[in-house]
Design a binder for this molecule. Structure first.
Ligand code: NDP
Length: 294
């Protein structure tokens, strides 16, 4: 049996189209144009690619996009001043400071300075705390994308055994909270976990967010499991170029899993689409409108 391939490209495109419809509706009915401000400090090539893609997709969805590029040697005070200005700007409903920040800048202080109502990355402690408490919150985009991909396979996650490998604030921890909200039974594994293959074997849903090429092997998986691979790892090819692989040995996974996400073309596609969702939600909440239909 070969696993069903969960096509992040198609699912993300559908989600972006639904966001665009809702953006058009709030514009028509409430004269509201959701706006996303992205702050890029320095010139990390990977970050530049992400920021460009966020800018284009925001505009295609009918929202306003504001880009702020700052030099790598910007002072902490100047960066905080920009965040404060964006917090006050009524045209801006979402603020994203592209991470990682260059050395010398205090990431925690910058994230904490973002108005939690505009924190579309879901990293502010208010949002992380609200999510952990089971309250309405802006949640990090990659874990949101993982849930949507899972629900393209299973209408309900209730009672399913899930394992999340990785416990970062960006991916693993918020993903655990979202899975709990879906009434899954969740195990969270990390670098100190014992018998990881044994833990994975019990799981109906496997989320790998580690950053280690093809660490999760096919024979770790329970036959028929749904596998969501968050990892993005660049490995050298024979011709001197590089290729992307996930945290799961994909070919092996295909033979055992019931459904699996490819890398690229899986989770990565969903992250920006979910950023658009969060920006739309933030704009509606700030304007006192009901939650949009995405
Ligand atoms: P971090 O490095 O912050 O976290 C990695 C986690 O993996 C840690 O909790 C660590 O454990 C755990 N870990 C490390 N080694 C092992 C091991 N041998 N066994 C079990 N657990 C282990 O990474 P991120 O969460 O930020 O990202 C994870 C991956 O997801 C990366 O490949 C990244 O590129 C990718 N990513 C993809 C996104 C997308 O849009 N698709 C978005 C964000 C990230 P411990 O806490 O004990 O150190």
């Amino acid at each position: 049996m070969t696993a069903r391939i969960i096509d992040g490209k198609v699912i993300a495109a559908e989600l972006r189209a639904r966001v665009a419809d809702e953006v058009a509706r709030v514009k028509r009915e409430h004269n509201l144009v959701p706006g996303l401000a992205v702050v890029l400090v320095g010139s990390d090539p990977a970050s530049e690619v992400y920021v460009r893609s966020k800018h284009t997709q925001t505009q295609v969805a009918g929202m306003a996009s504001f880009e702020h590029k700052l030099p790598a040697d910007v002072s902490q005070a100047d960066l905080l001043a920009l965040v404060a200005k964006l917090n006050r700007d009524p045209a801006v409903h979402g603020i994203l400071v592209q991470l990682p920040l260059p050395k010398g800048l205090n990431t925690e202080a910058v994230v904490n300075a973002i108005d939690p109502a505009k924190d579309v990355d879901g990293l502010h402690p208010n949002n992380a705390g609200r999510l952990a408490g089971g309250f309405e919150a802006l949640s990090p985009c990659t874990p949101l994308g993982c849930i949507i991909l899972t629900k393209s396979v299973h209408a309900s996650l209730e009672g399913m055994n899930a394992i999340v490998i990785g416990r970062s604030n960006l991916v693993g921890r918020p993903l655990v909270q979202l899975l709990l909200n879906e009434n899954a039974t969740v195990t969270i594994a990390h670098s100190r976990s014992r018998d990881l293959p044994g833990l994975v074997k019990r799981a109906d849903l496997v989320y790998a967010a580690v950053g280690k090429s093809e660490m999760v092997r096919g024979d770790w998986l329970k036959p028929g499991a749904t596998v969501i691979d968050v990892g993005i790892n660049r490995i050298p090819k024979d011709d001197g170029k590089t290729r992307l692989v996930g945290d799961v040995a994909y070919q092996e996974g295909l033979a055992v899993a019931g459904a699996i996400t490819p890398v690229p073309g899986g989770v990565g596609q969903m992250t920006v689409a979910c950023l658009l969702v969060n920006t739309l939600r933030a704009a509606c909440a700030i304007a006192g409108l009901p939650k949009p239909a995405v």
